[in-house]
Design a protein around this ligand. Structure first.
Ligand code: DGL
Length: 283
């Protein structure tokens, strides 16, 4: 099987890397929509249309299963595409076809509960004990998906989402570590001021942030647990494939990297993260 991995840019590489480690025998096509990155400041309909176009490209290239390695696309577009586009597409293709997001596995990891679990609503006031900060793009923050879905499952977790409007674009453009560090320190200070204390745990709720996870670590109090989306997504995919063997056919370990932007070598930040020169072909 060829597994498609989609993001607006290089952020999804953080998820892609863990998926490749977990499923080395599968073929992978990574698609970065760098012509339209960043998505986080765009309107909902635009994000839906761009995500659909990216997935269509991956299905046309031979993928049957696509992982949206992008919180913004998962929060804004996934449900719409699953409800309004995928049923017809499946009929046209006549083969198993699906798109998976990364927010469900992240929320499962944050709550320690399966997605199907819904908390019993208690009438009395729940003491919020566990304070979770989520750093995210503006579009993901506006969707309120983290607050809503975590509250449905765990009423003892207080979620504070910090929108970081420029951060993904900065990382995508290969900004130097000092600039990125200053921006991250500002967001950590802002959410800490809103909470009134440092968060107990944090989610890097944009895959670009995982590329600079060490800078988040340095800005948060030492030892603050981070919930890592790449690990959570790889674990969830493993369970999904066990339940859906129709997607499993032997691959050759092929790795293809495509971009809608400028093909060629990626910048040093992406390369440092990847650990080797990273060349993208035109999508
Ligand atoms: N890396 C993406 C995310 O997880 C998108 C960031 C952006 O394009 O703004 O949200």
């Amino acid at each position: 099987m060829t597994l498609g991995v989609f993001d607006s840019g290089i952020g999804g590489l953080s998820v892609h890397r863990k998926l490749v480690d977990r499923f080395p025998e599968l073929d992978f096509i990574y698609l970065a929509d760098q012509k339209n990155t960043p998505y986080g400041g765009r309107g909902g309909e635009e994000i839906v249309a761009l995500t659909q176009a990216g997935c269509a490209r991956l299905f046309d290239t031979g993928c049957d299963l696509v992982v949206l390695a992008c919180n913004t696309a998962s929060a804004i577009a996934l449900r719409r595409l699953q409800q309004t586009w995928l049923p017809d597409l499946r009929r046209q293709r006549g083969r198993p076809t699906n798109i998976l997001g990364i927010i469900v596995p992240t929320i499962e990891a944050a709550t320690g509960l399966p997605w199907e679990h819904e908390a019993e609503r208690r009438g009395d006031k729940v003491e919020k004990l566990d304070v979770l900060a989520v750093f995210a793009t503006s579009a993901t923050a506006r969707s309120r998906v983290y607050e809503i879905e975590i509250d449905k499952r765990r009423q003892d977790v207080a979620v504070f989402v910090e929108p970081c409007p420029d951060l993904a674009g900065m990382i995508e453009a290969g900004a130097g570590p000092d600039r990125v560090q200053r921006a991250i320190a500002g967001h950590v200070a802002a959410v800490t001021a809103r909470i009134g204390k440092a968060p107990d745990r944090a989610i890097l709720g944009c895959t670009h942030y995982e590329i600079v996870a060490d800078l988040f670590r340095a800005a948060l109090p030492a030892g603050t647990p981070l919930i890592h989306q790449p690990e959570a997504t790889a674990g969830a995919l493993s369970g999904y494939l066990a339940r859906h063997p129709e997607f499993l056919s032997p691959g050759k370990g092929n790795r293809i990297f495509l971009t809608t932007g400028t093909p060629g070598l990626q910048h040093a930040l992406a390369e440092d993260f990847w650990g080797a020169p990273l060349v993208f072909d035109p999508a």
